[in-house]
Design a protein. Structure first.
Length: 201
């Protein structure tokens, strides 16, 4: 007589063992969610700095006047903060965000931090500063406007809202791996001080 219970136990052991082997060897076809590819931002030595600043009142339209700090900023001057982004690959950078925020303000100097990041790329941050004319003191720094120059453009920018100075930043969307998709965001601020060169005006 066959021992039915013993046969069923052996079959069960065989099935469990087989499933265990399949799971361990990875031969069981199970749907797996594939994550986004890897990208990097501003990873080339030839890339521009992440953040630069210029006094747009003193140097309107000057392409060579971008720097890490500006001095002798008079009452009412407009300073522009530029953030540069470039996907240095290898995959498309998804939901690239740009942000500019005031990080520190003293009686004479305001510091801005420009930041870029993406869903599948680490962030890059750099700070720049503006210092008022000697003898003056800062009173306030006001957001004026912001513009986006995509795909290496230098004219006809897209106006963007003040979300660019908020924590979430401005989402410029996906950026493919190419020099042709590099771009910049320029945020302008008005610097208000208590006078002009300490003259109390």
């Amino acid at each position: 007589m066959f021992n039915t219970n013993k046969i069923m136990k052996n079959i069960s052991k065989t099935v469990i063992t087989s499933l265990t082997v399949i799971l361990l060897t990875g031969n069981l076809l199970v749907p797996v969610a594939i994550g986004a590819g890897s990208a990097s931002l501003n990873g080339f030595n030839s890339d521009q700095p992440v953040t630069q600043i210029s006094n747009s009142t003193s140097n309107p339209g000057c392409a060579e006047c971008w720097t890490s700090s500006v001095n002798n900023v008079d009452d009412g001057d407009i300073v522009s903060v530029l953030v540069y982004y470039h996907n240095t690959g290898p995959d498309t950078a998804e939901n690239v965000r740009v942000r500019v925020q005031q990080t520190n303000i003293t009686p004479t100097t305001v510091t801005f931090a420009g930041r870029i990041w993406a869903d599948n790329a680490g962030s890059k941050t750099q700070t720049v500063s503006a210092t008022v004319t000697s003898g003056d003191e800062l009173e306030s720094v006001e957001f004026v406007d912001a513009s986006w120059y995509p795909n290496r453009s230098v004219s006809n920018p897209t106006s963007i809202s003040n979300v660019v100075i908020q924590a979430a930043g401005y989402n410029i969307g996906n950026v493919t791996y190419s020099w042709d998709t590099t771009g910049t965001v320029v945020v302008r601020y008005r610097v208000n001080s208590n006078g002009d060169g300490g003259n109390g005006g």
